[in-house]
Design a protein around this ligand. Structure first.
Ligand code: PFF
Length: 446
């Protein structure tokens, strides 16, 4: 194989996988899911799923990826000799393709808000009709399509240049800055008059508020936010050398992801209650609430602009991993074809994403299944395709992949603590995870 990708350092791998994980899932999707499905109760069950299901799964993808060292439509056969399991890899490719097609719509919204804030800051526009502005923007077909195109285009350019350059360096600066900017927003948000109610709403789980639908969405959210069930994390781990401590890496990524999700909630919910608004506003929540928080701040539009740029960065480090997965499979990891395919796939994603981009305007009345075209794609990915992919991975790692090899890869048999960790993990992957995934699925059907 020619010209293989490889991370230049351990920290590069952690940053890239954390970058894949942390994005629209934690910052945009989590708060509106929590606002729709029970506030604190949703947060509670989301954390349980992330630790109990997400972490073991992430570790499974890392072990398999680093050991298999190949693209995801080949890895299952390479490791087990059984080619039928490569279907899991193919499914993952379909999942990220569909995911990117609507992910880019939201990515485009961030770009629109960046432009708007720039115009605002030079005094060209300013309005306090936060909800109306949002609707005007996203329902305008030209705005929606152009911004979606721009988001895909930026991703294509970065991916066409190869994973190891750029992303690693930029992440080292941007990620900590994103945390910091959240801190500033949180401080402003929780000190608003009437914020306490929002803090309580978000941090006290009232289990009675949880529906079976909420449980399904929480599981889907834990997969979505950790990029699981697509073999994307497996692909990143396949560019890894043997030295990396994958257990530590998985832990770091999971806790960072929980941290950003909680930060996003703490930034938004206190403000929602302080402004006397409703938490169940759906996908527009973040875009409608945050400008109001920044308006209450000294140098608000400057901070808002900074936040949006960091938010865009977080979304792009995730979209890179979406496209990267398709590219690594189509080129069979041969970087000579990377550029050409990055443009082709990017173009196809854009075409397939058009109905999603128009779902809030021209096509908003075209509803079926769970709602608009956009809603259906989101549902299909987070609540059906990702859980099926994740189920496939647990079955493969728990029952097909050779146990001795796994234990060697983990290399933790020397200490008592290590053995306890490994055995617990293996038991979860073998028996508990498949049952939870199926149970939540069936619970939803009933
Ligand atoms: N985890 C990303 C986010 O939360 O924004 C989305 C994602 C990226 C999902 C890559 C799946 C994936 F393979």
């Amino acid at each position: 194989m020619k010209n293989l990708s490889q991370w230049s350092s351990n920290i590069g791998f952690i940053l890239a996988s954390a970058g894949s994980a942390i994005g629209l899932g934690a910052v945009w999707k989590f708060p509106y899911m929590a606002g729709t499905y029970g506030g604190g109760a949703f947060l509670f069950i989301f954390i349980i799923f992330t630790l109990l299901v997400g972490l073991p799964l992430l570790l499974s993808e890392f072990i398999l990826g680093r050991y298999g060292k190949t693209y995801s439509t080949n890895i299952f056969k390479k490791v087990s000799g059984k080619s039928s399991f490569n279907l899991i890899g193919w499914l993952g490719n379909l999942t990220v393709f569909v995911l990117f097609s609507f992910y880019s719509v939201i990515g485009g919204w961030i770009i629109l808000y960046i432009i708007r804030t720039l115009l605002d800051s030079v005094g060209l526009t300013h309005s306090n009709e936060y909800g109306n502005i949002f609707n005007d923007y996203i329902s305008n077909p030209l705005f929606a399509l152009a911004s979606q195109f721009a988001f895909i285009f930026i991703t294509v350019i970065i991916v066409s240049k190869g994973v190891e350059k750029g992303i690693e360096k930029a992440s080292k600066i941007m990620m900590p800055l994103l945390f910091l900017s959240f801190l500033i927003i949180i401080i402003r948000s929780v000190t608003l008059d009437g914020a306490l109610e929002g803090i309580q709403y978000f941090l006290t789980p009232k289990i009675a508020d949880l529906s079976s639908k909420g449980v399904l969405y929480a599981l889907g959210q834990s997969f979505f936010a950790l990029s699981l069930g697509t073999c994307g994390m497996m692909t990143y781990a396949s560019y890894l050398d043997r030295k990396t401590n994958i257990v530590k890496s998985a832990n770091t990524i999971v806790w960072m992801n929980i941290g950003v999700s909680i930060a996003a909630g703490l930034a938004i919910f206190p403000a929602i209650f302080a402004f006397g608004l409703e938490p169940n506003q759906g996908p527009g929540l973040l875009f409608i609430i945050l400008p109001q928080v920044f308006d209450q701040m000294f140098l608000g539009s400057l901070f808002y602009l900074l936040f949006l740029l960091l938010f865009l960065f977080a979304a792009i480090t995730s979209s890179i991993s979406l496209l990267e997965l398709n590219i690594s499979n189509i080129t069979k990891n041969n970087n000579d074809y990377r550029k050409k395919w990055a443009y082709i796939i990017g173009g196809l994603v854009f075409i397939f994403g058009i109905p999603s981009a128009l779902s809030n305007g021209l096509l908003q009345n075209l509803t079926f299944g769970v709602g608009t075209f956009f809603d259906n794609m989101d549902y299909l990915v987070a609540n059906i395709l990702m859980p099926i992919g994740a189920f496939g991975v647990t079955i493969f790692v728990g029952h097909i992949f050779d146990k001795t090899t796994i234990m060697k890869e983990l290399n933790m048999q020397d200490s008592k603590k290590g053995r306890l960790f490994v055995n617990t993990w293996y038991f979860l992957v073998r028996f508990v995870l498949p049952i939870i995934i199926i149970a939540v699925f069936i619970g939803q059907l009933l």
